[in-house]
Ligand binder design. Structure first.
Ligand code: HDE
Length: 711
């Protein structure tokens, strides 16, 4: 009951601050009704516009100031409202109330993002994805500002501006947009061995998700849980999508960027609109403080993950996104996350990357949102009313009564009061810290290759091939041979075969790279750094491969039905109903978007024409039965686009079902030329073809057949 109240509280708060123009009269910002919004005030109808036209001035001035600076990183984002429900109490480990009571519901807002591109850049860039969650808890806002990759490029915050400058468009010509395939990025990477583990992840298909709804989320750093007795555990956070983790092929990603640059944003919006609410299991890896030193890496090193085989992920709740924002700017753009927005019971670790982040986020909001009062913007407001002595500043909203804005005071009766820990007052974990003031890195951070190897070795054969191709693609765009060579030299520490294959395709030799000094502590042993023998305790981690993800549902998958006049209505309806019943979405693709007539004379309006969309926007294709429909598709200007559509879907290893009468399309496409037993190509003459088609869609793609299909 209380949770429903809490959920409603955020909703109510937002509702109170939301307006609609429905049935309203147009006004100025001062509330004055406007009688002419077409013409400015002039001296005569052909004369000059008058300065006194306050309606024109107000409208244009506001327009002139509509833009705010985009985020310096993670500028391109999409968000949604939702709820987090606790399924397992963590009271033993943390006093955070939203993690204590099973069944408790906490309202959330989640913003997903790419990192490098500008606000208007494509969704399908090869990049890490942000996965930032704001929990509106009864104890105040808790932000888990996570990514879809569990490690990071660098170990210390001081390298962040360098990393970002290297990956962003180059400063002389602002090229390329939202892409890491260029000289400065790889120059930096080639000189930073610590980035190699993250490089394995961003060169894998994890960096080109099929959907934001099909990505994992990771808190990256070790955080701390503190329980009521003050005992602490290290904790790593995980979000696991119920639909499984799936990606597109790089060739698809590039094409989607052209056909629908908003592919991920649209997919998220439509899924929520259609009631296919995205869901994740929320899990934790817990490590008692005294076990800190039992790993073969440092828990404070953000370039390392804790293999799930060593510390299993305990699922403790469900995150569901169930409401699209009403206004993109007001909510998704103005939301302000900060890893330092904590609630009692959660604390930081000494991870030097995390420590630097704690400074950066408020600082950046000040220039992005322009005022220290950004917490008053509706999407950022805590559901706990804010009481403190801070005052004034640009755009202050809260009207605090009384004379007092200092403490201690007697005039205000001493209010507002501090809270003791047992009353919910935030109290930092008491950790004994001592050490000389040094600008150094711990020796325990020096092994840069073991987990890169672990990741690579845990991938399936198709995943390894994609990763290799991604490196070849990226490094082929690097114009300076010495940079290519240095990267390949780094790859050799991970896998010799990978290095030599990439080297062969980019015209360099595998050589030991000159190691940079800046990332190695003065007294580090270079032998450790270069050791080919060192491997992590865990040799293979199945959890790191997407081949082992959930592949048993077609829920929210997009199926393209290709059809024209004369399509067989009965089989069209039968399959459409079956797919929709299992939660898939069916969209019709026809020669044009003009209505088509089925063999029963029913008019159906297609959503797409063969030229306004592409196979890369669909998970699977059904070539609808119907002799006349097939004839039309195979004639004139339709023939090439329809065959291209099918061939491309086939190239990307998608399920394709050829209905009755579609043999001419089957035989004239590449699909018909292959006679092998392909589990994703279903034809009219098979037994239970619809069931086979549904099963094939649920498998996502048949990556295992990729080489054979494309040879
Ligand atoms: Fe961020 N990061 N970051 N970051 N980050 C920002 O904050 C920063 C890092 C992440 O949807 C900025 O409000 C530093 C790791 C996400 O609004 C900025 C360092 C991880 C988002 C910033 C890191 C992240 C940001 C830009 C290294 C994964 C988008 C705008 C010390 C755990 C949040 C803003 C949103 C955004 C700084 C490293 C995740 C500049 C200095 C590691 C998901 O403050």
């Amino acid at each position: 009951m209380k949770d429903i109240k809490q959920n409603n509280q955020k909703l109510k708060q937002l509702e109170e601050l939301t307006t609609s123009n429905e049935n309203e009269k147009l006004t100025t910002n001062q509330g004055i009704k406007v009688n002419n919004n077409q013409d400015s005030l002039k001296a005569g109808d052909r004369g000059p516009t008058l300065l006194e036209d306050f309606i024109l001035r107000e409208k244009i001035t506001h327009f002139d100031h509509e833009r705010i600076p985009e985020r310096i990183v993670h500028a391109r984002g999409s968000g949604a409202h939702g709820v987090f429900k606790l399924t397992k109490s963590l009271k033993k480990y943390t006093s955070a109330k939203f993690l204590n009571e099973v069944g408790k519901e906490t309202p959330v807002f989640v913003r997903f993002s790419t990192v490098a591109g500008s606000r208007g850049s494509t969704d399908l860039a090869r990049d890490a994805r942000g996965f930032a969650v704001k929990f509106y808890t009864e104890e105040g806002n808790y932000d888990l500002v996570a990514n879809n990759i569990p490690v990071f490029f660098i170990q210390d915050a001081i390298k962040f501006p360098d990393l970002i400058h290297a990956v962003k468009p180059e400063p002389d010509n602002e090229i390329p947009q939202a892409a890491s395939a260029h000289d400065t990025f790889w120059d930096f990477i080639s000189l930073m061995p610590e980035s190699m583990h993250m490089i394995m992840w961003v060169m894998s298909d994890r960096a080109i998700p099929r959907s934001l709804r099909m990505m994992e989320g990771f808190g990256v750093h070790s955080f701390k849980f503190i329980n009521e007795e003050g005992k602490s555990h290290f904790v790593k956070f995980h979000f696991k999508p119920k639909l499984g983790v799936h990606s597109v092929a790089w060739d698809e990603a590039q094409k989607i960027s052209g056909v629908d640059a908003d592919f991920h944003r649209r997919d998220l919006w439509e899924a929520i609109d259609n009631g296919a609410f995205p869901e994740w299991d929320f899990g934790v890896q817990l490590i008692p403080e005294e076990d800190e030193d039992t790993f073969d890496f440092d828990l404070l090193d953000p370039t390392k993950l804790i293999p799930e085989e060593e510390v299993p992920v305990e699922i403790i709740g469900t995150l569901t996104l169930n409401r699209n924002p009403d206004n993109f700017f007001a909510e998704t753009e103005q939301i302000a996350f900060h890893p330092g927005h904590l609630v009692p019971g959660i604390d930081f670790s000494n991870d030097p990357l995390l420590q630097g982040r704690l400074f950066s986020y408020t600082d950046t909001q000040l220039s992005r949102l322009g005022s220290p009062n950004f917490h008053e913007i509706p999407i950022n407001r805590s559901i706990n009313t804010v009481h403190n002595n801070q005052r004034d500043g640009h755009m202050r909203q809260q009207i605090v009564k009384g004379k007092v804005s200092y403490e201690p005071n007697s005039i205000g009766g001493g209010c507002p009061f501090q809270s003791m820990m047992k009353e919910g007052g935030f109290s930092s974990h008491q950790e004994r810290v001592s050490g000389a003031k040094v600008r150094e890195r711990s020796n325990s951070f020096v092994d840069h290759y073991s987990q890169a190897k672990l990741f690579y070795n845990s991938q399936s054969a198709p995943e390894k091939m994609h990763l290799q191709n991604a490196l070849v693609f990226e490094l082929s765009k690097v114009t300076i041979p010495e940079i290519r060579e240095r990267v390949v030299g780094q790859l050799a520490f991970i896998d010799k075969n990978l290095a030599s294959k990439v080297a062969g395709k980019i015209g360099v030799e595998v050589k030991k790279p000159e190691l940079p000094n800046q990332s190695i502590p003065a007294d580090a042993d270079p032998a450790i750094l270069q050791s080919k023998e060192k491997t992590s305790k865990t040799k293979i981690s199945p959890a790191l491969s997407m081949a082992n993800t959930v592949k048993d549902t077609i829920k929210s998958r997009k199926i393209g039905f290709i059809m024209a006049d004369g399509a067989d209505e009965k089989s069209f309806n039968a399959l459409k109903n079956k797919l929709e019943k299992q939660g898939a979405t069916v969209e019709i693709i026809a020669p044009s978007v003009a209505p088509i007539k089925t063999n029963n004379g029913t008019a159906i309006t297609p959503k797409h024409s063969l030229t306004t969309t592409a196979s890369v926007c669909f998970d699977a294709l059904y070539i609808v039965s119907g002799e006349n429909s097939v004839k039309e598709l195979m004639s004139g200007e339709n023939k090439h686009p329809v065959l291209h559509f099918i061939n491309e879907a086939y190239k990307h290893c998608k399920a394709i079902y050829f209905g009755a009468d579609t043999e001419p399309l089957y035989l004239n496409s590449n699909v018909g030329l292959k006679k092998h037993n392909d589990p994703a190509i279903i034809t009219w003459d098979e037994k239970a073809p619809e069931e086979k088609f549904i099963d094939a869609i649920s498998k996502h793609r048949v990556w295992d057949l990729e080489i054979e299909r494309n040879s």
